[in-house]
Design a protein around this ligand. Sequence first.
Ligand code: HSE
Length: 423
Amino acid sequence: MKNLKAGIIGFGTVGTGVYKVLQSFKEIEIKKIAVKNINKKRNIEGFNQNLLTDNAEEIVNNPEIDVVVEVAGGINPAFDLLKTAIKNGKHIITANKELLAKKGEELFRLAKEKNVVILYEAAVAGGIPIIMPIKTILSANKITKIAAILNGTTNYILTKMHEQGLSYEVALKQAQELGYAETDPTGDVEGFDAAYKISVLSTISFNQRVSIDKIYREGITKIKPQDIKSAKELGYRIKLIAMGQVLENGKIDVRVHPMLVSKKHLLAKIDNATNSIMLTGYPVGDLIFTGAGAGAEPTASSVVGDILVLASELEASDKPLPQTICHHDKNAVQIEIGDTYNEYYISINASNNPGAIGIIGTICGRNNINISTIMQNGIKEDNTAEIVVITEISKESDIQKALKEMLESDCIKNIDNLLRVMN
Ligand code: HSE
C-alpha cells in the first residue's frame, strides 16, 4: 500500500471518527485538519493541536497532500475548496451527499480531466458498503430497481410513531432530545437528505446522471397517528422510501416519499435509525444491504475504506484504476410524478351521508381507478367518517384528478392523506 498524506476538512462527529480509525493505519499520514474553531477543546487522547488550521486553503493548496477528505458538509465552501484541490491534482474522499447531488457533474468532469478520483462511500447510507460494490463486483449487472430507507432520523421517528402511537411532533421532539434529529430537522424530515442520496445511488446504479432537480420529494411531516393506525390494521408499516427504477421505455422514475410498506416486505422490518437498500439487477437478482446509515464509527469505516482503496490503487499505478472513476456522461430522462404508476392509500373524511362510499367508488371508477380495499370504522363525534381506500395500480395523474373531483362533492369534507403503497 502506498503511503498517502491526507488533509481532512471538517472535524465534527465524522471527522473525529475518521481521525481515530486512521490511527491504526500508519501508512496514511494526516498532515492537516481544517476546523471552524481552532481553540475548541478536543477530547482525543494524544491529539496534536498543531494539526489544526482554520484555513482550509492550507489543505487544498498544500503540495504535500495527496488526498483531501471532506467531511464538513454543505455546498459552501466545500465546492470551491474541492475544485481547488482537484485542480491541484489531489484525490477526494467525501461524505457530502448534497454536494455530490447538486455539483457532482462539474466535480466529476473536473476530476476526470485532472486524472484524480472522487470516492464517496460514506455519502450514501453511512457505514453500508454500497457505492464500491456497485462500481466493482456488481458491474456485470444491469440494475433496474432500487428501494431503500436512506434516512435514519425519519426511520427512527416513524418507528416511534408505530410502536408508541406518538404524534409526529412528539416523536420528533424525542428524536431531537436523543440526538437523532437536528435542531432544524428540515433536511431529514422533508426528505432532502434521502433525495440527495438516491440521486447519487441511482446515477451509479443506472449508469446515467439523475438530476436532483427532477426527483419528486415528499417528507414525513404530514403523517398522522390515524394513518399509522390504519396502516397497521391493513397490514402495513409507513416508511420513508427512496426509490428508483428504469422503466421499459428506458425512462427513469426516481422519487422520495412515505409509503405504506407491506409487513411482509423486508424494508418494513427495518426499524429505528437503521438504513437498508434493496437492489434488483440482472444477473444477480435481488440484494439487500442493511446497517448503520450514520454515526462516527460506521461512517469512518466507509471514509477510511475509500482512503485505503485509493492507497492500494496508487501503489500499483500513479493513475487510479478505471473502476473508481466516474463515467456517467449521459443524462437520464426522468419522468414526472404524474406519470408514475402506484397502488395508493387514500384517507378521506366524509359526511355521514347515505351514498358517500358510492360517490367515492363512482369517482374512482370513472378515473380508471380500481379499489382493492375500503375501510370505515364507524362514525366520529362530528358526524363524519374516515374512509380509507387502497387502490390497485393506478396512474398518479388519474388519482390526482379523482381527488379533485371528490373534493367538489358536497359529502367529501377533506382528503386527509394520500400515500403510495409497496407490497
Ligand atoms: N441525517 C442523516 C440521517 C445521516 O438521519 O440518516 C447523515 O446523512
